[in-house]
Write a protein that binds this ligand. Structure first.
Ligand code: ZN
Length: 276
């Protein structure tokens, strides 16, 4: 029976992944996520249900539109597969509990963060602010982090990121034009001048609301570590250091690790710390 549930979690996650692809494509473009049905973005032909099966259809059609032959990025199938695997892993860790529901919703929001931040340098308010509300709500379920810890962690994480923004803005103020806005975002140069975007600040709040204090600390630590490591790597690889790197995906990755191992890493950290 467990295996049946596990397969169901995988397939359910892949379907949600397919929906997240639609959300990440349409919402930043101001389109409805309900109507019209899925279409080829090249020829506009509606994609029938049998060509829209998560992961499978991409391989059957070899990543091409049945009608015009336009290539569909493998990323669509990858997002569906990864979301499915994450749902299955969450089921293995939390079983069929409220925490399964809460963590699959959290992971889905994080997938959306990664996609829109990479594509458009934005984290949707409906995701981050909506996520704060959902995180606070799910803190009350059996095994949840509890309302007060959820609320306080959200507020603290939000404030830390806001402080980073204020401080980095003050520092960079003395170096006008230090940060170059990414291509297509030249008119928002000022927003990129601050280092920490509003989207990241709200995302930190959402992570705090869902994860509670110890797992949020782990998630933020991993996020900053990965972000710094990547930043240094791309600079060493010869990239212009004035070009910003989207931070949302690193925070989301840290949060995903915390979903599975936040408590374990926190306790490991405490044990090492107390032995010193
Ligand atoms: Zn087409």
């Amino acid at each position: 029976m467990e295996t049946v549930y596990l397969i169901f979690a995988l397939l359910f996650g892949m379907t949600i992944g397919s929906f997240l692809n639609v959300v990440a494509w349409r919402v930043p473009r101001g389109e409805s996520i309900i109507r019209p049905g899925s279409r080829c973005t090249s020829c506009g032909k509606e994609i029938s249900w049998y060509d829209n099966i998560p992961v499978l259809s991409w391989f059957i059609l070899r990543g091409r539109c049945r009608s015009c032959g336009e290539r569909f990025s493998f990323r669509y199938a990858a997002v569906e597969l990864v979301t499915g695997l994450l749902f299955a892993a969450i089921f293995m860790k939390y079983g069929l509990t409220w925490l399964f529901l809460s963590n699959t919703i959290f992971i889905s929001l994080l997938v959306c963060v990664v996609l829109t931040d990479i594509d458009h340098w934005i984290i949707l308010d409906s995701v981050s602010l909506g996520g704060i509300v959902l995180g606070l709500g799910f803190s009350l379920v059996p095994g949840g982090v509890g309302f007060l810890p959820s609320l306080i962690t959200a507020a603290v994480a939000f404030s830390i990121f806001l402080l980073i923004r204020i401080v980095s803005k003050l520092i960079l103020k003395r170096k006008p034009g230090y940060t170059i806005a990414p291509e297509g975002h030249e008119d928002e140069a000022d927003e990129f001048q601050g280092g920490m975007g509003w989207g990241d600040i709200k995302l930190a709040g959402m992570m705090g609301a869902f994860l509670g204090p110890s797992s949020t600390a782990v998630a933020l630590f991993i996020g900053f570590l990965l972000g710094a490591f990547t930043g240094i790597t791309v600079i060493l690889a010869g990239r212009n250091r004035r070009l910003p790197v989207p931070f949302g995906p690193f925070l989301a990755l840290g949060a995903a690790v915390a979903v599975f191992a936040g408590k374990a890493i926190w306790h490991l950290y405490l044990r090492i710390g107390l032995n010193l």
